[in-house]
Write a protein that binds this ligand. Structure first.
Ligand SMILES: [Zn+2]
Length: 230
């Protein structure tokens, strides 16, 4: 294995990439393997793909990109056989704000030539969606936009069919640091968006942040309070 994979439920896993501690989610069933977010470089993404093959016995067939930040999307083109789901603004960012994406990736320490390679390989995602139901056979993933928050287009993946519900939250929830509020964020709307996340996942779900350790509903409530009171 190239990375350490954490089991969240039966056939629901994730790893935390060494670069920026980004969560990569993985869910599989007889209907295929879904990857959630892809890392920054094609080399990182290829290493993820090797691990997926070893863990699941199959290649990644679908990819969900939670939002437009470079560390979540740039690896996507390594998964040539997969259908890619993301919100329409991700495609807009990658076509209209490429210089900004590149500059941000380099500022965070990504190798400029690896970033250029990944950006040159970008192709329009197959499914530009705000909502989708992905059927993997005995695992279902409800892709939803619970509202504005870290960006104006964050998507979450609510996984059911295993012994517990697992919610991949993207950067709407962060554990290893405070939530990142930048020019694309809507801090006023974010708390209500977390209400919707908690509604979709329920009180007993595992909530998986974009960065950091998996948490419970009580942690998400605390982060919501932090956003209100900050
Ligand atoms: Zn992130």
């Amino acid at each position: 294995m190239n990375f350490d994979w954490e089991r969240l439920a039966d056939r629901v896993f994730r790893c935390r990439l060494p670069f920026l501690d980004v969560t990569i989610g993985l869910v599989w069933g007889p209907g295929g393997a879904l990857l959630i977010d892809t890392g920054t470089t094609l080399a990182e993404a290829r290493a993820i793909g090797e691990d997926v093959d070893a863990l699941t016995g199959t290649a990644v067939s679908r990819v969900l990109l939670t939002h437009h930040d470079f560390d979540h999307v740039l690896g996507v083109s390594a998964f040539t056989g997969a259908a890619v789901y993301c919100a329409p603004p991700v495609q807009q960012t990658m076509t209209r704000r490429r210089d900004e994406v590149r500059a941000e990736a380099v500022r965070y320490g990504a190798d400029p030539s690896a970033v250029d390679e990944a950006m040159a390989a970008w192709r329009t995602p197959d499914r530009l969606v705000w909502s989708a139901d992905i059927d993997l056979g005995d695992r279902a993933v409800a892709v939803r936009h619970p509202g504005r928050g870290h960006t104006d287009h964050d998507l979450i993946g609510v996984v059911t069919g295993a012994e517990r519900t697992v919610v991949f939250c993207g950067d709407l929830v962060e554990e290893s640091g405070d939530p990142v509020i930048d020019a694309h964020s809507d801090p006023a709307a974010w708390p209500a968006t977390l209400d919707r996340v908690l509604e979709l996942g329920g009180p007993d779900a595992v909530y998986v942040p974009g960065h950091g350790a998996a948490v419970d509903a009580a942690f998400v409530r605390r982060q919501q309070r932090w956003l209100v009171e900050r």
